[in-house]
Write a protein that binds this ligand. Structure first.
Ligand SMILES: [Zn+2]
Length: 251
């Protein structure tokens, strides 16, 4: 059984069949799905999905690409939304220096504000970091938050271990299956299995052999198989441990 720790079923690419897919997951061995908010709209959509399906949970947060209308009243609104009983995390939040959609200073400011919110409402965080490993780490270290996940981790192995020591989980998804993913293989080799959660980040980042196609949680099996191969254990062990990790991260 798989714990889907990061998905975006409110994405327009699931408009046709998202509901049918979500409905089918418990019978396909996917008893938990966390749908992750990227802005207010998708945060609210995640909550609506979580209200509709027992096995779906929501996070609320503002992605570093989506800071257009950011203000302290948005933080207040996130705070209100976070009181919903099926909201299990704040995020995704963080830094994206690849696209630099917003000035870095602005990204850092709202990243810190959301960390503060998570601390205040006592929820774990979901962190997005792209080409900003050092600064993300510094900001995490200087905050008091010690529960959460570095989603779709793309940094080096030693830093992953530092995060693990601080108490964070590392989110591993489709990228680990790519033939050029040497760095991700090293990360999985280095990390204890009890610090890893699995994710799709669907509709993005489909694992091999479905790379390039729309991703969904049924593809978690390929991520699990790859982690099992790297760790030299059976997929069953990876399923069990990452299931426990997902629960202790979010519940
Ligand atoms: Zn995401």
């Amino acid at each position: 059984m798989y714990f889907e720790s990061h998905a975006h079923y409110d994405d327009r690419r699931f408009k046709q069949d998202g509901d049918a897919l979500l409905k089918s997951f418990p019978s396909l061995g996917i008893p938990y799905v966390v749908n992750v908010g990227c802005d207010l709209r998708s945060s609210k959509a995640s909550i609506r999905m979580a209200e509709k399906y027992d096995h779906v949970y929501a996070s609320v947060g503002i992605h570093p690409h989506e800071l257009y209308d950011m203000s302290s009243s948005v933080i207040d609104e996130l705070k209100k939304l976070s009181a919903h009983k099926k909201v299990v995390a704040i995020g995704e939040m963080g830094l994206d220096y690849h696209y630099d959609t917003h000035p870095r200073e602005v990204q850092r400011f709202w990243f810190r504000q959301q960390l503060r919110l998570a601390e205040e409402v006592k929820l774990p965080v979901i962190i997005h970091s792209r080409e900003a490993s050092e600064e993300t780490f510094e900001i995490m270290q200087s905050s008091n938050v010690r529960r959460g996940v570095i989603h779709c981790y793309s940094g080096a192995a030693p830093m992953a271990l530092d995060y693990a020591k601080m108490g964070f989980y590392i989110g591993i998804g489709g990228v680990v299956t790519y033939s050029n993913a040497r760095k991700m293989v090293e990360v999985v080799e280095a990390l204890p299995l009890d610090r890893i959660v699995i994710e799709t980040d669907c509709p993005y980042l489909s694992p091999t052999p479905n790379r390039g196609k729309r991703n969904d949680s049924r593809n978690l099996q390929y991520v699990v198989e790859k982690i099992a191969e790297i760790k030299n254990v059976t997929p069953d062990v990876v399923e069990k441990v990452t299931m426990e990790n997902g629960k202790s991260l979010y519940f």
